[in-house]
Design a protein around this ligand. Sequence first.
Ligand code: ME8
Length: 517
Amino acid sequence: MSEPFYVTTAISYPNGRPHIGHAYEAIAADAIARFQRLMGRDVRFQTGTDEHGLKMAQAARARDITPRQLADEMSGYFKEMADKLDISCDRFIRTSDEDHYAASQAIWKAMEDAGDLYLDRYEGWYSVRDEAFYDEKELIDGEGGTKLSPQGTPVEWTVEESWFFRLSKYQEPLLALYREQPDFIRPESRRNEIASFVSGGLNDLSVSRTSFDWGVPVPGSPGHVMYVWVDALTNYITGLGYPNGGDLWDRFWPANVHIIGKDIVRFHAVYWPAFLMSAKIALPNQVFGHGFLLNKGEKMSKSVGNVVDPIAMADTYGVDQLRYFLLREVSFGQDGSYSHEAIVNRSNSELANSFGNLAQRTLSMIFKNLNGELPAIDRNEDDAALVRTVAAACLDELPRAFEQFAFSIGIEAWMKAVFACNQYVDAQAPWTLRKTDPDRMKVVLGVLFQAIRDLAIAISPIIPTSAGKLLDQMGIAADARDFAALERQGWYDELRASGFVLTQPSGLFPRLELEEA
Ligand code: ME8
């Protein structure tokens, strides 16, 4: 049995439509899931929507509909975005799903059984936008004497009866976790931030609300619904069958990695492991906090208003072009910027002009000059050098980087190999060889065919549809498109022997126009 791998994204608040930040996270997690599948692992991948809480209740009230109506409508857009962007999730979870209520109440009871929940009065600062409580000392001054959260969002003084979770009890166990498992929080800068926050001392956490009812009811405590983050974090185990156990649970928990944005690392690296320790559930291996995507340098969010619709972007640029750009341009873990020019330039220069053109030229020459038949090859030293370059990129540099979620580094290694192939085409000039040395032309085209197949397989987690189309044209079987297939000798001769004949190749990446229509 192959090794299991469980990856999740954050679940998004469907209080508005998805924005490009949501798309970015889903695409990154999808690339991880696809890459791990190609590495032969048994992957489970979950994403979804986080539908409870005051923010949802307020957004619904503003539109004069119920929170559930709002959630149903907006969650649909998130699902649509996931489908559009080829997000290969095994479950799209909604926290309004029935099994999620049962799981949230079960983890609540487990924390209660551990003696970690008590009833008291909550008085403190709450940010609806962040769905988070803050200490006085964390607040920053806003305009006109107002107080803002460290994220710059408005906070309100809140007083109500509330259940509390004994977070303070977990200060030492959490610090021990960060020490003993230095990879628990990545990248490192975020680990240091969290460790210093926890070292400063932890207050017990208010984990229920009585001022509204849109949430999971607290078992045995009428009038209380759970603080939205308690149920939200629980989604990761709901999706595996908690508390009933079963095959998914046995196989995939603890998760390998939770992919989330930097603004919610505290919830995942402090609250979540504390809840799990309390409920005596194993901890996930890792929490990875990626950076923020900025529109030409400016933070975008639903509340700020400069939202770009990812579905419209995918229509404009192409799904794979958008996926490629985001993972190539932004160094994963850091903030990154996007702009129309940057997407168009990256896509044209690397996908259309370099990789697309390499594939198109090569396959067309085989189609036209060899009637689509794959030639036998007898390599010389130039050919062998190219084969080594491509193998180093596809079998070593790219997978090593992707294993660490360093997409931009892996793609750069891949791009270097694409450049090497284009240089080889120019240097060998098969169009000249056609007249001067047709046998040599055949060898050159065969070497290129092999290189293109390797390049297409290696990049397929990033641009799955285009890579798939190319591999279809090349006659590569659907079950021979993983890293094990890349290592396997003899595939080319088998493909030749099977009598495969190339048909007229079709282009993969249309050139994008810089001028906006
Ligand atoms: O935080 N760039 O939901 P959310 C990159 N429901 N990533 C961004 C981003 C941007 N500009 N803006 C947001 C929530 N994100 C909670 C999560 S998980 C149990 C509950 C990321 O809709 C953000 O960091 O506000 C988060 O990881 C995800 O999008 C959903 O954000």
